[in-house]
Design a binder for this molecule. Structure first.
Ligand code: PMP
Length: 385
């Protein structure tokens, strides 16, 4: 997500380990560095070598509608969805993007009629992912325009963004608008078994995924879209052609290897238990959520949402929900601005205002490295009513 240089200040934990006990704990953005320790264990299974002469052409597969899509990457995407059962990849076009952030913009472009008298309204139910309004409006496009909370929208033509599980609050969501002329984009960045029970294979018109949240490789800048309609797929591909003439092959080859290692971890008989990414993620996140819940309870200042258990079709077990972000509410009446309150204690979070709600709420990343997370819990435990 959008991180300014100012936010990555030298003294904070952003992108690195805390230097001291009183370091600024930066949990404002969702940098998934928690997964580094898993990939260290994986050793060479996640490595790639690209000879100097390889992957030089603009083109990957001219027989594919998405001509810049590396076939190896596409195969591993389909294999992983079949393994996890979180989305129906068959009958969908796969489109690769520079992060799902680029695919989100490609989808807005593809779903907005070029000749409409008014820009298309882009909406999402509050609390919505803070990048949606900014990314929608930064070029002031004539094609589409941010129109705020989907629940308050009155009209027939719109693009509704459905993020499920939702960033920032982890809730499982469906579209709130139901008009026949309306379009939806399903952002399923967090629909993976480390975060939430896999209850069904999603089968929507446009579904967005990213290695940033599935495997933790945010720096690879690679996402993919599963798209049902051929004409929509074509327009999304056109957008990426105009925007960046395709997507880094180096990144696609790396992502293919990473996704392969994840599937191998479950499918190869010789693989070891410590090669199971989703087990690693769920275990670590469940411990972190327990620690956070204890600290929040002890503080008597904050509250957290509750999540039901559900049968996960991937694990075959009843599992909990361990969102990538904690959506913390400050229950202290005299504190209006929870972000400011935590900032005074050198904890950087993102205010509810960015998500379309009151500043009583803040969003806190649960995906940072152990050192940073522990420092955060330690500091939170010193705050009392
Ligand atoms: N959608 C959601 C809901 C996200 O939380 C994020 C990352 N914070 C993205 C999309 C963007 O992901 P990427 O790194 O693939 O651009």
């Amino acid at each position: 997500e959008l991180v300014s240089a100012e936010e990555i200040s030298v003294s904070s934990t952003s992108g690195k380990r805390p230097a001291s006990k009183d370091a600024i704990v930066n949990l404002d953005h969702g940098d998934p560095t928690m997964f580094e320790s898993f990939w260290k264990e994986m050793g060479e299974h996640g490595d790639i070598i690209i000879p100097g002469w390889q992957a030089m052409s603009y083109f990957s597969d001219v027989t594919n509608l998405c001509w810049f899509l590396e076939p190896e990457f596409a195969n591993e995407v389909r294999r992983l969805h079949n393994l996890v059962g979180n989305a129906v990849a068959d009958g969908h076009f796969i489109i690769v993007g520079t992060g799902s952030t680029q695919l989100f913009q490609a989808a807005l472009y593809a779903l907005s009629p070029p000749d409409a008298p008014e820009p298309m309204s882009v909406v999402s139910a509050v609390p919505y992912y803070s990048s949606y309004p900014a990314v929608t409006d930064y070029l002031q496009s004539g094609l589409y325009r941010w129109a705020g909370d989907a629940s308050m929208f009155d009209g027939d033509a719109y693009i509704e963004l459905v993020c499920s599980p939702n960033n920032p609050d982890g809730s499982v969501r469906e579209a709130v608008l139901k008009s026949r002329n309306g379009k939806t984009i399903h952002d399923l960045a967090y629909y993976w078994p480390q975060y939430t029970p896999i209850t069904d294979a999603a089968d929507h018109d446009i579904m967005l995924f990213t290695v940033s949240k599935s495997t933790g490789h945010a720096g690879t800048r690679l996402g993919w879209a599963l798209v049902k309609d051929k004409d929509v797929a074509k327009r999304m591909i056109k957008f990426i052609e105009l925007n960046t003439i395709g997507v880094s092959k180096d990144s696609q080859l790396r992502a293919a290897k990473i996704l392969k290692a994840v599937s191998d971890g479950y499918e190869l008989p010789v693989s070891q238990n410590n090669h199971r990414l989703f087990d690693f993620g769920r275990q670590l996140l469940s411990i972190r959520w327990q620690k956070l819940q204890e600290a929040v309870k002890a503080s008597d200042i904050f509250s957290l949402p509750d999540f039901p258990l559900a049968l996960c079709k991937f694990t075959g077990e009843k599992t909990g929900t361990y969102p990538a972000f904690a959506w913390l509410k400050c229950e202290k009446e005299e504190v209006e601005d929870c972000e400011g309150f935590l900032r005074k204690h050198n904890i950087l979070t993102r205010s509810g205002r960015h998500f379309g709600v009151e500043p009583k709420y803040v969003r806190i990343s649960m995906l940072d490295r152990d050192e940073t997370f522990h420092l955060f819990i330690e500091r939170l435990s010193t705050l009392h009513h």
